[in-house]
Design a protein around this ligand. Structure first.
Ligand code: SF4
Length: 270
């Protein structure tokens, strides 16, 4: 079996910055949700003494709460600040851009359609932004009956799927669009779609939307592994060329260890 590293891989700039902010605060600080969807990162934060709060109400007054890279609804920040919680904002600038666009559409009176995973924290944050200024948000395929709409998307959605959905919506509504998948995600998806081997391994957590997406769009059979135990258990029999990549929240140490392990396995085959 040949192992082919597919680049880019490892942390994106948004994740890198969120993790640095969270690690720097360390003991006594709380991350609202996981700052990024990765168990290794969460474990490293816990070792530094940081807490993970599922709900902002769990953070005591006077403590510091870090907002996650995928953002939150404005109400979450306001309510925490009103209780005396200090906020460190680790929202990725690309997510902030989507929030601004969604808000601008809502302030013009347009219902806002969000293309993304209903129930994902990033989508909940975008919907919260729209509702904060009295607008109406719909998570596709939920749609308003007719008229004009503003369309935004989750930053880690499938680029091709977003383009198809926007085109479909243009046939039914007067559409204003700011639906851009972030550059990092676009680049990873392009590299995966161009991969010519017969199997793809995506290193990352099943809770990471951008990692899952890489598996979904793979042009060949695809596996996911979130730690070395899962990598060791993979059944790669019959694979001739294995592509290896990772989601934007996967630590590079794990990526390198997994690739080294897989390449060692190849040497033993010879
Ligand atoms: S995947 Fe894109 S939007 Fe998400 S944190 Fe990274 S750069 Fe930001």
């Amino acid at each position: 079996m040949r192992v082919e590293v597919i680049s880019p891989h490892g942390f994106c700039a948004g994740v890198e910055s969120a993790v640095k902010k969270a690690l720097a605060l360390g003991s006594g600080a709380f991350c609202l949700h996981e700052p990024v969807h990765n168990d290794m990162v969460t474990a490293a934060l816990r070792r530094r003494g940081a807490g993970i709060a599922d709900d902002p109400g769990e953070v005591p007054p006077g403590a510091t709460m870090i907002l996650p890279a995928h953002g939150v609804a404005p109400r979450v920040r306001r309510e925490a600040e009103a209780r005396g919680v200090k906020i460190v904002d680790a929202t990725c600038p690309f997510v902030e851009r989507v929030h601004r666009a969604a808000r601008a559409f809502a302030e013009k009176g347009l219902p806002v359609v969000v293309i993304g995973d209903a129930g994902h924290d990033e989508v909940a944050g975008i919907v919260g932004e729209v509702e904060d200024c009295g607008g109406r948000a719909f998570v596709y395929p939920d749609l308003p009956p007719s008229g004009g709409i503003g369309v935004v998307c989750q930053t880690t959605a499938d680029v091709d799927c977003v383009a198809r959905t926007v085109s479909e919506l243009r046939g039914r509504y007067a559409v204003e669009v700011m639906a851009e998948v972030c550059g990092v995600t676009r680049e990873r998806q392009r590299a995966v779609k161009e991969f010519k081997g017969d199997a793809l391994l995506v290193l990352g957590s099943a809770r990471s939307a951008n990692s899952r997406r890489l598996c979904e769009i793979a042009p060949c059979r695809a596996f996911m592994a979130s730690d070395m135990a899962e990598v060791r258990r993979l059944d790669l029999s019959g694979v001739e060329t294995l592509g290896v990549t990772s989601g934007a929240s996967t630590p590079e140490d794990f990526f390198n260890e997994a690739v080294e392990f897989l390449k060692e396995g190849c040497k033993e085959e010879r």
